[in-house]
Ligand binder design. Structure first.
Ligand code: UDP
Length: 318
């Protein structure tokens, strides 16, 4: 198959690229990122990298005409961006998605859209089924711009599906693994990793009782690949996650133990890290029945094993 991955040079896209190439597919990536996580594939005759934006409709027309189906992963992700540059988050995530869907509709190519568990916001009623409510804070809190942008993307997907476009929507729950972000930035795991490597205190925000279900990239990619080829997934939104719920304090303790670092935990306020435009999400747990029933995928890698792999990779590669 010929597969186009927008945002394919990022964390998930790079792992998806490797997996698709390994099974013999042809992969084209459209990405503007400066940190390209796919350089190891350059030279593979079935791989092509196009450095351009999802807002460039002309480029999209030619790439979408070429491919059999599209993974639309291009997005601005990471809490520091939600509070630092909400305009960029909204522009790429909303207008980029609309452009991809418009062209895909014109050319009648299936789109697998990467959404997020963030769309459930601070709903306390876990586990979240795909029909659970979205509970967001005020628009004065920039943190919610990402959840809102992805929810708009989901609405666009369903609207195009109503018009006849095949779409699949995946809501990822805190995916992690090798190549996640640079150490010290991005998501909590890479921030903690940087601190652990330097022996600096691990900064747990708030009281550390907020929870997440961190999902190892290998499991995420199995679900993502299945979503591309299983007909029953079309027109559906599906949670992709582990149901191993941990508090952020537990995550910090586990990472300290696994790394053998001398770091201790330091509790810090939300405001001191992300400023006044941040609000945390107290619990985030997926209901994984649809992932199991439709995609036939169960998250298998425990947090402990996934963190060991991740730690090992960052030690050798950063
Ligand atoms: N977090 C933390 N210390 C940090 C960065 C993040 O305790 O230095 C917490 C954050 O407040 C949240 C969790 O870790 O409760 C996950 O944060 P992340 O930014 O990775 O993703 P989120 O799940 O919030 O989108």
């Amino acid at each position: 198959m010929k597969v186009l991955i927008t945002g394919g040079a990022g964390f998930l896209g790079s792992h998806l690229t490797d997996a698709l190439l390994a099974q013999g597919d042809e992969v084209t990536i459209l990405d503007v990122a400066s940190d390209l996580k796919v350089l190891h594939n350059i030279g593979n005759p079935r791989f092509r990298l196009v450095r351009d934006s999802v807002l460039n409709r002309e480029i999209l027309e030619s790439l979408i005409a070429w491919c059999d189906y599209i993974y639309h992963l291009a997005a601005v992700v990471g809490v520091e961006h939600y509070v630092g540059d909400p305009n960029q988050v909204l522009n790429i995530n909303v207008n980029g998605t609309q452009t991809v869907l418009n062209v895909a509709f014109k050319l009648q190519k299936k789109v697998i859209f990467s959404s997020t568990s963030e769309v459930y916001g601070r709903n306390l009623d876990v586990p979240f089924t795909e029909d659970s409510d979205r509970v967001m804070g005020s628009t004065r809190i920039d943190r919610w711009c990402y959840a809102t942008s992805k929810a708009v993307g989901e609405h666009f997907c369903f609207a195009f599906h109503k018009l006849g476009l095949p779409v699949v929507l995946l809501r990822y729950f805190n995916a992690y693994g090798p190549r996640l972000d640079q150490m010290d930035v991005g998501r909590v795991i890479t921030i903690f990793l940087g601190q652990l490597m330097r022996g600096a205190p691990v900064t747990v925000i708030g009281n550390g009782r907020q929870t997440r279900c961190f999902t190892y990239v290998e499991d995420v990619i199995r679900a993502t690949m299945a979503a591309g080829v299983i007909d029953e997934a079309v027109g559906r939104v599906i949670n992709v996650g582990s149901n191993e719920e941990v508090t952020v304090s537990e995550l910090a303790e586990l990472m300290i133990r696994l790394s053998g670092s001398t770091s201790t935990i330091k509790f810090v306020t939300e405001e001191s890290v992300y400023g006044p435009s941040y609000e945390d999400i107290p619990r985030r747990v997926p209901d994984v029945r649809l992932m199991e029933e439709i995609l036939h995928v169960t998250a298998k890698v425990s947090l402990k094993d996934g963190l060991k792999q991740t730690l090992g990779w960052f030690r050798n590669n950063q």
